[in-house]
Design a protein around this ligand. Sequence first.
Ligand code: NAG
Ligand code: NAG
Ligand code: NAG
Ligand code: ZN
Length: 323
Amino acid sequence: MKMSSLGLTFLTLPLVVQASTAGLWCYDSQDPKCGPLYWKDITKSCGGDNQSPINIDRRKTQRDRSLDEISFEGYDQAPAGRWKLVNDGHTVTMNLDGASAAEQINITKGGLQDTYQALQFHFHWGDFNKNGSEHTIDGRQYPMELHLVHMNTKYKTLSEAKGHPNGLAVLSFLFKVSEMDNTNYNTIVAGLKNISRAETSVDLASTFPLSNLLPNTDSLSKYYRYKGSLTTPGCEEVVVWTVFEEQIPISKPQLNAFVNTLYFKTAAKLLKMTNNFRPPQPLKSRKVYASKDATISRSPPLAANFLFPLLLAFLTGQLSGLC
Ligand SMILES: *[C@@H]1O[C@H](CO)[C@@H](O)[C@H](O)[C@H]1NC(C)=O
Ligand SMILES: *[C@@H]1O[C@H](CO)[C@@H](O)[C@H](O)[C@H]1NC(C)=O
Ligand SMILES: *[C@@H]1O[C@H](CO)[C@@H](O)[C@H](O)[C@H]1NC(C)=O
Ligand SMILES: [Zn+2]
């Protein structure tokens, strides 16, 4: 996930300048020399033991029946005022924190100990031929991923929240390709062409209920929960992650609008903003919990897909040796 509030900029800038003469972090699609493998040299925490994203192996998740329905407050109303869509040089972000306190959008319950306020949402995607989600499920990567970033209302500022392991809660939704356009995404997709260049923004003509962006309401009780980090430097390990099982449908042309319209922030030449995802990080000693209604294991994990043919080949080899 990507946070680009002032708090983060001020916090990380001195670190970056100190640690790296090669410049700021980037994705491999921009320049492998500052890609995800090198982030830990820029910011130590990117090499920590609780990093995100991860692969969710559904055979290894643990059922937690206290993970019930999340309460979405203010998700079904279009707030008054304007939303600003920003190309920040790494992704497309919609800032939500402009609303008045009365219109604050929150999540609570679903195993969350506190109330978390929505700050912004943004996306990660691939290119014309490759999927680009950050989280994978049973080894499968999806075409795109939506992150809705929320801050614990116990804390006053983003930088304060980043000092605590429960400081942020991010909702993650994976996408699937559908035949028909998802018309709920029309406003965002139409806005992309106004922010082709890095560090440009556009005020969208209208706000809309955040719930428009999500899959069917009755699927939202199926999710996976684990403790992790921001998926961009500084990689702070302060995020309670919720990865939903049900995917958001989006058409190929809508997906291609992300792949083909936007440009990274690069000094030398214009570079299409593609493959802006961090690959899965080691789970280490962490556990992934499955909500009350989530699927624990449907398809065999990727390893079985590899190992079974190997085993078969081995047995066949043995047999042919016998004949
Ligand atoms: C979100 O939480 C804040 C603080 O607890 C509250 O004032 C606000 O009314 C909540 N928003 C909604 C839509 O319930
Ligand atoms: C990419 O996404 C598509 C659509 O969801 C899926 O069918 C396919 O298996 C994915 N490819 C990989 C390599 O994970
Ligand atoms: C966005 O771009 C379109 C043309 O691509 C233009 O007609 C429209 O006025 C722009 N909107 C804003 C708010 O700049
Ligand atoms: Zn993200």
